[in-house]
Design a protein around this ligand. Structure first.
Ligand SMILES: N[C@@H](CCC(=O)N[C@@H](CS)C(=O)NCC(=O)O)C(=O)O
Length: 264
């Protein structure tokens, strides 16, 4: 076998089934239901919607799909072929931020947005910051192959996180205070992936002990609904190896980052 083929054989690929607590949750939600989440176990955008479903206790069916193979059932709901996609009866929609707000608008279970209009706008503003500035910078750190640029990209990601921490409720531990809410759900999947992906691949540091950030990370890691949608660490290590090596054709997200364009 050539050296190139050997290294290709040792390459890890993305997982196609959840593991750990996420596998149990998926199995508990495999029964036919009116509300269907088409998701992929490694996908942070999916995890946002999954966490919201769990937090709210909305009855749903979880359907694992391979977003790179794009089954017809996914394309019917999302012609762009991205997960997450949600089907509710004969209606469907996609885009994780939109879907979390859709679940909020169903008015089932605990609310993720406060009652006050100005505070709601504050939550949406910082969700926008997560989407525009934190999420793309996460991938820039992970995909960058040049060590010097990795350092400057990591600094940029840290700066963007600091902006969010600065506007969060001072006592915490969550964004608005003692209770989990929209902004926490929107950022949680990437918080989980800082220690599970950016730490092993790029040396991302643990939160400083006793800091506001440490309290936030700990609250996210300890939340039972977030845990219920989280697979074992190995799944994330394996699934993100292709990003860390910036392999060609990894995903639409990876291509957008490489092209310097906005995320799909
Ligand atoms: N903006 C979308 C992004 C969703 C997304 O990029 N999902 C990835 C999986 S993590 C996907 O479906 N990729 C398929 C592809 O790259 O073709 C959202 O927030 O829902």
């Amino acid at each position: 076998m050539s050296t190139q083929n050997q290294s290709q054989c040792q390459q890890k690929s993305y997982h196609k089934q959840p593991t750990g607590l996420a596998a149990t949750t998926a199995a508990n939600h495999s029964r036919e239901m009116d509300l269907k989440l088409y998701g992929s176990c490694f996908c942070p955008f999916v995890q946002r919607v999954w966490i919201a479903l769990e937090l709210k206790g909305i009855p749903y069916q979880y359907i694992e799909v391979d977003p790179y193979q794009k089954p017809e059932s996914l394309l019917e709901v999302n012609p762009r072929g991205l997960v997450p996609a949600l089907r509710h009866g004969d209606w469907g929609c996609y885009e994780s931020t939109v879907l979390v707000e859709y679940l909020e608008d169903l008015n089932i279970g605990p609310s993720l947005l406060p009652g006050d209009a100005k505070l709601r706008a504050h939550c949406r503003l910082w969700t926008d910051h997560i989407n525009r500035n934190i999420v793309p910078n996460f991938y820039r750190v992970l995909q960058e192959q040049d060590q010097q640029k990795q350092i400057s990209n990591a600094q940029e990601l840290q700066n963007r996180l600091n902006q969010l921490i600065t506007v969060a409720n001072a006592q915490g531990p969550f964004f608005l205070g003692p209770d989990i809410s929209l902004v926490d759900v929107q950022i949680a999947p990437w918080i989980l992936r800082l220690s599970r992906v950016l730490k092993p691949y790029r040396g991302w540091p643990d939160p400083e002990k006793g800091s506001r950030w440490a309290a936030w990370v700990n609250a996210i890691e300890s939340n039972q609904h977030i845990k219920a949608t989280t697979s074992t660490d190995q799944l994330y290590m394996d699934s993100y190896e292709r990003y860390s090596q910036n392999r060609p054709n990894t995903s639409q997200v990876a291509n957008a980052i490489n092209a310097g364009m906005g995320l799909p």
